[in-house]
Design a protein around this ligand. Structure first.
Ligand SMILES: Cc1cc2nc3c(=O)[nH]c(=O)nc-3n(C[C@H](O)[C@H](O)[C@H](O)COP(=O)(O)O)c2cc1C
Length: 326
């Protein structure tokens, strides 16, 4: 089985990919989306969203990073996919799942699911434009309003020559509301022969086991679950491939990662904003680690990098209040 890290716009950038893949268990990542409208984009756009293009298309841990394209026109999507491949992308991922109104209004993301033929045409054009050794993967939801067209969408994607299909098991209308309909993935799997990757609402090793059983998929993609629990891919991979139950990271294992993440973001962001990705991460994590909520309350108004660093240093294991009092 493989575990993929989901694309998450504004959350999983190269610094987060670097950190999460360093913990193990992740077989593949996807960039944030390259928005394709009407022209061939300059190389700098691809390098900005995928700095890994400069290091063989992989993170420092050797995990491949596919370049994600989002757009509605086959010809220009194909041109941009060819450019990404020329620049060294190890794979191209097409986004037909984005529910954002602004994106949908300008002919991108989930809105295209209303037209299975166009999903097919975009996929086929990209497949034809990219060298055969570069995989073209597609990520979709179950539909726009409802699931009525889902089988047409899935069979069309296969007919277009996609290498793999990832299904976020909800319609656009469902947004991010639980549940995820893993059983609908199973139905599509029985109709296509390309590898299908199941995605949606996997927050624990148990969820992963259930999702694999219900969807029939070997491979899984994790989004928010991996942000809340950075070692979840590793725990899932160990449980599913070797039947091993590993000890999950506790808060003492998380705080060094927070400090490391902050120091890395400082290298790439304006100092005044460098705390923002950390704050966002703490908000995701507080659903699982209550300590993340407490730390967020302390950090949320801080802007000065030195003040943020000091707070993070004081939250490291062995630096508790009792230590200071001693
Ligand atoms: C903040 C955020 C940004 C996302 N950005 C993308 C994206 O750029 N492309 C995409 O295909 N899906 C995107 N998604 C959807 C996720 O990849 C994934 O399908 C969804 O979160 C369900 O998986 P999960 O329950 O494991 O989080 C995004 C989701 C979130 C919450």
């Amino acid at each position: 089985m493989r575990v993929m890290l989901a694309p998450m716009e504004g959350v999983i950038d190269h610094t987060m990919r670097e950190l999460l893949t360093s913990l193990g268990g992740v077989d593949r990542c996807v960039t944030e989306f390259v928005r394709v409208t009407e022209r061939l984009l300059p190389p700098r756009v691809f390098y900005r969203l995928c700095p890994e293009l400069g290091t063989g298309g992989t993170t420092a841990s050797g995990v491949p990073v596919f370049v994600q394209l989002l757009g509605g026109q086959p010809a220009v999507m194909a041109e941009n996919a060819a450019r990404a491949a020329e620049l060294g992308a190890p794979g191209i991922d097409l986004n037909f799942g984005c529910p954002a109104k602004t994106v949908n209004r300008s002919d991108g993301g989930a809105i295209i699911l209303r037209e299975p033929q166009r999903v097919h045409d975009i996929t086929a054009a990209v497949r034809a434009a990219v060298p055969a050794h570069v995989p073209v993967t597609v990520k979709t939801r179950l539909g726009f309003e409802d699931q009525a067209l889902f089988m047409d969408i899935a069979t069309g994607i296969e007919a277009a020559g996609a290498s793999e299909l990832t299904v976020h098991a909800r319609t656009r209308r469902d947004g991010y509301r639980p549940p995820a309909y893993w059983e609908s993935i199973a139905e599509a799997r029985s109709r296509v022969s390309l590898p299908v990757i199941a995605n949606g609402e996997i927050w624990s090793v148990d969820d992963a086991l259930r999702c694999r059983a219900v969807s029939g998929c070997d491979d899984l993609m994790l989004g928010r679950g991996a942000i809340c629990r950075p070692d979840l891919p590793r725990l899932i991979a160990a449980a599913n491939t070797r039947g091993e139950t590993l000890e999950p990271l506790n808060w003492n294992g998380i705080t060094p990662l927070l400090l490391q993440f902050f120091e890395t973001t400082l290298l790439h962001y304006d100092a005044y904003c460098a705390g923002n990705p950390l704050k966002q991460w703490l908000v995701y994590m507080r659903g699982y680690f209550p300590q993340a909520g407490q730390l967020f309350e302390q950090v949320k108004r801080l802007r000065d990098p030195d003040a943020i660093r000091l707070l993070l240093q004081r939250s490291q294991p062995g630096c508790g209040r009792d230590r200071y009092a001693a």
